[in-house]
Design a protein around this ligand. Structure first.
Ligand code: NAD
Length: 453
């Protein structure tokens, strides 16, 4: 924990300082919560068709400024510019879906549930909501939250990762430019001090969190104990299973995108490869040759994190795994793609989230063994299977314990109109991020029964 003050933002590719931000104190959080609550009391009475007009204008502004946002994103996060552009596009899709709130918020009704009595359900906003977001998707993850929350009639306090706040600051400037009434949306900065103040503030009614598992557990327990609604998305250790009948060249392309895209800093990255039976030989041969041929990869978020990733590579070697490609030595925040063969399920590189470009290969004899192996993981965010067999894909999709499944897809990222979250240690809560779940999360449901004499 650090005390309030001003802290630097660094470009991980160059090490250059690109900005600084003030950290909020408990008193700052209290002040913005009061302002947001006062704004919410007016906003909740604005008809939803009028509320979403702000989001329509916002979508236009985001599109006009998407390249600028992507460049800010790359400068503070390090991901490649094309990946940053794709992320901004994903964020805009969240706004597009939230524009449909007049339809999404509709309730049910039934006349004559008893003689002369009609019944309907309505959804109402809940008040001030808070979002706490990670460093790896500085544009998209905040947009899983605030467009839906605001369209539902709430106010929103966003606490972006202190490592990458600049994208969120610019995104919210554009939201204000789109005509959002003053006081409804605030960006607050900081780490544990600011987060704890949000979790404990009586005016904050709901908390959305995305980040690592230990913090997700803490957020869930703390906010729930304060009587708040919580959704806390945590870390991951995702597996991709490859059957012998898979299309090997396409599968290798997908594996490289999944394990090494965004330098492995994605909660949907598949970091354990599980070749079944005879798949291992041709798969690993092509995978290693393609990896050695080289591709562009950005830096990790900090030199400390890159050092931690290298620590895992050292551990893998010490535990007896066989490195087929070794991404060391670290150069600043850069670590190259690493592939370990002959990994066993007990090794730390097989069990723990590394959040870097390290792929562990665990060979298994059958699909059944693959399913049992994956289901023993403490995490259950996402998984993929590569096969030419519909039967194998169906069996895997239905038996696997994970929230998101890709069939011949390496990064199974649900679109904005579908829900997003994992199972087990990857998610604490009930209602998932975006899609219809977001509408339920950011509203209270009420049943009204009426009879007229
Ligand atoms: P993190 O848990 O370190 O930080 C996330 C947020 O929590 C940040 O805003 C941070 O300031 C805050 N925070 C950190 N320590 C805290 C503490 N002790 N008390 C209160 N708040 C605290 O995560 P990160 O390193 O920024 O992001 C990477 C992690 O996020 C990975 O584990 C990744 O798998 C996960 N992630 C998950 C998803 C998902 O959908 N499940 C999506 C993206 C990232």
């Amino acid at each position: 924990m650090v005390t309030a003050g001003t802290y630097p933002i660094t470009n991980p590719a160059t090490g250059e300082m690109i900005g600084e931000i003030p950290y909020a104190t408990g008193a700052d959080i209290d002040r913005v919560a009061q302002v947001a609550h006062a704004a919410y009391l007016k906003w909740r009475d604005v008809p939803v068709v009028d509320r979403v007009q702000v989001l329509y204008r916002y979508k236009g502004l985001l599109e006009a400024h998407s390249d600028e946002l992507a460049r800010i994103l790359t400068s503070e996060n390090g991901k490649l510019l094309d990946d940053a552009r794709a992320e901004v596009r994903r964020g805009i899709q969240m706004v597009e879906v939230a524009c449909g709130m007049p339809s999404l918020m509709m309730g049910d009704s039934l006349n004559d549930v008893a003689s002369g009595i009609d019944c309907k359900t309505i959804r109402q906003p809940i008040g001030v909501c808070a979002g706490i977001t990670p460093f790896n998707f500085p544009a998209m993850v905040p947009m899983w939250m605030f467009p839906f929350s605001l369209a539902c009639g709430n106010a929103f306090l966003l606490k972006p990762s202190e490592k990458v706040p600049l994208t969120a600051i610019r995104a919210i400037e554009l939201l204000n430019e789109a005509g959002l009434p003053a006081g409804l949306m605030h960006v607050v900065h900081g780490d544990k001090t600011a987060v704890d103040a949000l979790l404990r503030h009586p005016l904050v009614r709901a908390v959305s969190f995305v980040g690592s598992t230990p913090i997700a557990k803490y957020i869930y327990a703390t906010a729930a104990a304060e009587g708040k609604r919580v959704q806390a998305l945590g870390g991951a250790k995702n597996h991709m299973v490859v059957m012998p009948d898979a299309d090997m060249p396409k599968t290798v392309e997908a594996i490289i995108g999944s394990a090494f895209g965004a330098a492995g800093e994605r909660c949907l990255a598949n970091s354990v490869l599980v070749p079944v039976g005879d798949a291992a030989g041709p798969l690993l041969d092509l995978l290693v040759r393609t990896t050695q041929a080289g591709f562009e990869m950005g830096p990790l978020i900090t030199a400390d994190h890159a050092q931690r990733v290298c620590g895992y590579i050292e551990k893998g070697v010490a535990e007896g795994a066989v490195p087929l490609c070794d991404g060391r030595p670290r150069k600043g925040c850069f670590v190259g793609p690493t592939i370990f063969d002959r990994v066993t399920p007990e090794m730390s590189i097989a069990r723990e989230e590394i959040f870097g470009p390290v792929l562990s290969v665990i060979r298994v004899p059958s699909l059944q063994d693959a399913i049992e192996l994956v289901n023993r993981s403490a995490f259950g965010n996402a998984t993929s299977i590569f096969t030419g067999s519909g039967k194998a894909a169906r069996e895997y999709s239905s038996r696997i314990e994970a929230g998101m499944v890709g069939v011949n897809i390496g990064v199974a990222a649900p679109m904005a109109f579908f829900p997003f979250a994992g199972w087990k240690n990857s998610f604490f809560g009930d209602l998932h991020a975006h899609g219809k779940d977001a509408v339920s999360f950011y509203t209270e449901q009420k049943v009204i029964m009426s009879r007229w004499f």
